[in-house]
Design a protein around this ligand. Structure first.
Ligand SMILES: C[S@@+](CC[C@H](N)C(=O)[O-])C[C@H]1O[C@@H](n2cnc3c(N)ncnc32)[C@H](O)[C@@H]1O
Ligand SMILES: [Zn+2]
Length: 280
């Protein structure tokens, strides 16, 4: 009798821990491979689950981003923006739908299936956005490549926040804009939450200033910041002018007629899926 009860107890505990790690913490403690796999599985239903929180995106994400990028200038410049952990392309979709946004976007995520959904959603803007499957932990771009960087509802999923924040700061040009989010205490995911003052300190340590943490919806605050200094605008340009070759590290990729990218230095090729996702 006793071994039977112990066996059932162990199964219940294992199922509880699995449910907590996979669904509650979304694989945050299990590494990028498991996380990418989990999001591949959730991709088809992701937007339906997030619909309510995305109602105001055009107003509270796209508009302020455009206003901050245009500040002090008569016209909105054609910027280059990097959206890290883009998921199903939530931020690119609202920015590109706004006629005032004339720039280009590189949208990066670990999960190929999330990017497939992003490709569907962003199909009306084929020349304005490029999708790249890659980790946020080592961004494959030179320093100062972007006028704005964003990373929404994703820092909590990474092994630590310092590494992705340092990468976001590195690829952002001085004077550029950061948009990110802070998971709130009300979300209940205690292990993933960083208090607002600690979050601001992390951003400062990564090299950001003018940090604004704005209450938003139950699970997340919106966070804006700026990289100090001034630097020539990065400006909208094709991904071949900013993406490093994964083999030799040079920015020397050229686009082939079949959409693949080939490195002019070392001749290695980057595959591109039929949806146009670059597998970096
Ligand atoms: C909760 S979703 C947020 C998606 C989108 N930014 C939004 O606000 O709807 C988190 C996304 O982060 C991605 N992700 C998690 N860890 C990542 C990493 N290390 N590098 C790149 N993407 C990552 C997941 O694949 C997933 O698409
Ligand atoms: Zn190369």
């Amino acid at each position: 009798m006793l071994p039977w009860i112990i066996g059932v107890g162990i199964v219940v505990v294992v199922l509880y821990l699995l449910d907590r790690e996979l669904y509650f913490y979304e694989g945050a403690h299990l590494g990028p491979r498991v996380q990418g796999w989990l999001y591949d599985r959730w991709a088809a239903k992701y937007d339906a689950g997030k619909h309510a929180s995305q109602q105001q995106d055009a107003e509270v994400l796209a508009r302020p981003m455009i206003e901050k990028l245009a500040a002090g200038q008569p016209h909105m410049p054609a910027v280059l923006l990097l959206d890290v952990a883009t998921g199903t392309g939530r931020l690119p979709a609202v920015l590109l739908a706004d006629p005032a946004f004339t720039g280009q976007i590189i949208a990066l995520d670990l999960s190929r299936e999330m990017l497939v959904r992003a490709a569907e959603k962003l199909a009306p803007f084929p020349d304005r956005v490029t999708l790249l499957r890659h980790s946020a932990l080592t961004l494959p771009f030179p320093d100062h490549s972007f006028d704005a960087v964003s990373c929404m509802e994703a820092l909590e999923l990474m092994p630590n926040m310092e590494t992705p924040l340092a990468e976001l700061a590195r690829v952002l040009r001085p004077g550029g804009i950061l948009l990110t989010t802070r998971g709130t205490e009300a979300s209940g995911r205690v292990n993933k939450i960083v208090a607002a003052d600690r979050f601001a300190a992390l951003l400062q340590a990564a090299g950001f200033e003018q940090i604004e943490i704005i209450p938003w919806w139950k699970n997340f605050d919106r966070v804006w910041a700026r990289k100090p200094g001034t630097f020539a605008p990065a400006g909208a340009r094709p991904i071949t002018e900013v993406l490093r070759c994964p083999s030799c590290g040079q920015v020397a990729l050229i686009q082939l007629p079949d959409r693949k990218l080939r490195c002019a230095q070392c001749e290695s090729e980057l595959p591109v899926t039929q949806e146009g996702i670059i597998l970096g």
